[in-house]
Design a protein around this ligand. Structure first.
Ligand SMILES: [Zn+2]
Ligand SMILES: [Zn+2]
Length: 347
């Protein structure tokens, strides 16, 4: 029995140390997993990381059991400031406020934008400022974070500009990303992007999020502007991007002049900037906005920011975004909570 318990201890040790202790196998897959792990650790070295990245067992969205890269980050960009978001007066300029996406374009949410909302959306129920004083109606401070985090608040905060600043959240938010070290076989059509996984992780530790539900937000006559980096804050995800405008660190791709690496998607494929050194977007992207290049393998290129769709879909099974750093990832068992009519799922 002594030997048996020694074996158990060794196995437990092996699991906790993951691949380095499993090198007694033929080594090929383990070594490449270890190499990928080290590549990912290096990519995220400037993020605000909690604890240490690790190799963990995981179950992907299609049920594949494999090994994943697990990293917990403070849900805030490590390399740039956040905000401003809502303007305070209809005379405020673009530099005093953030942005909004409409019809594929990025608009400055300056005072004039607020003033013209009824015209822009051809809907005279928009009235987000006091015509007498020119003051914009803003849910800000701790209230702004409560509203941003509460999907049932829409009825009570019609015609509000909703703004949650990182410093107004009740507690610092972390997110744990559990991402396959090696993407499973790519399915033909790709997986749609759901609300809860997010799309991936930017190299600065902030989330590349699923599209913001603009129709639902606008249906409630509210705005939740993004800052000039295409991100905003809610109490669950912290700071997260809905568009990529060029903020955040970039790492050169291994192929010269190819668009640089900006993050990693939830299915394990690398995410690259939209355009290359010559300002060209690849012309052979599939519906997920990915392609295969010799020297880089399959990878994604992000979309133009105003599209509110950072990538199109997932080519392969995804891992998990967890609120609890100690949680385990079973992405095959995550219910997609449908957005309730009239109750926008805020982002
Ligand atoms: Zn490419
Ligand atoms: Zn959002």
């Amino acid at each position: 029995m002594k030997q048996f318990s020694l074996m158990c201890a060794l196995l437990a040790y092996g699991l906790s140390q993951a691949f380095p202790a499993l090198a007694h196998g033929d080594g090929t897959h383990e070594d490449s997993a270890q190499a990928r792990f080290e590549t990912l650790v290096a990519l995220f070295e400037t993020a605000d990381i909690v604890g240490k990245p690790a190799i963990v067992p995981c179950t992907l969205s299609g049920g594949t059991k494999t090994t994943c890269f697990s990293i917990t980050t403070v849900a805030a960009p490590a390399d740039h400031t956040t905000g401003p978001f809502c303007p305070r007066r209809i005379t405020d300029t673009a530099s005093q406020a953030g942005t909004w996406f409409k019809d594929g374009e990025v608009y400055d949410v300056d005072g004039s934008f607020i003033q013209r909302l009824a015209e822009i959306y051809d809907d005279d129920q928009w009235q987000m400022y006091d015509p007498e004083t020119g003051k914009v109606t803003v849910a800000e401070g701790t209230l702004g974070c409560e509203v941003a985090g509460d999907p049932t608040s829409a009825d009570r905060y019609k015609n509000y500009c909703v703004e949650c600043e990182l410093q107004n959240m009740a507690a610092e938010v972390t997110q744990t990303y559990v991402i396959p070290l090696h993407p499973s076989d790519a399915s033909a059509d790709g997986e749609p992007i759901g609300h809860f996984s997010g799309i991936g992780l930017a190299l600065n530790g902030a989330k590349f999020d699923a599209p913001a539900p603009l129709d639902l937000i606008l249906g409630g006559h509210t705005l939740g502007p993004f800052d000039d980096c295409g991100g905003h804050v809610n109490p669950r995800s912290g700071y997260h991007y809905h568009g990529v405008v060029g903020c955040g660190p970039q790492v050169d791709a291994d192929v010269q002049d190819h668009a640089p690496i900006i993050g990693v998607a939830m299915d394990g494929y690398t995410m690259h900037a939209r355009t290359d050194a010559n300002d060209q977007e690849p012309d052979d992207l599939d519906g997920c906005r990915g392609h295969e290049i010799e020297g880089l393998g399959y990878h994604y290129h992000v979309n133009a920011p105003g599209e509110n769709q950072i990538t199109g879909c997932f080519k392969s099974e995804i891992g998990c975004t967890l609120d609890d750093p100690a949680g385990t990832c079973d992405a095959s068992n995550v219910p997609e909570r449908p957005a309730r009519p009239g109750r926008p799922e805020r982002h």
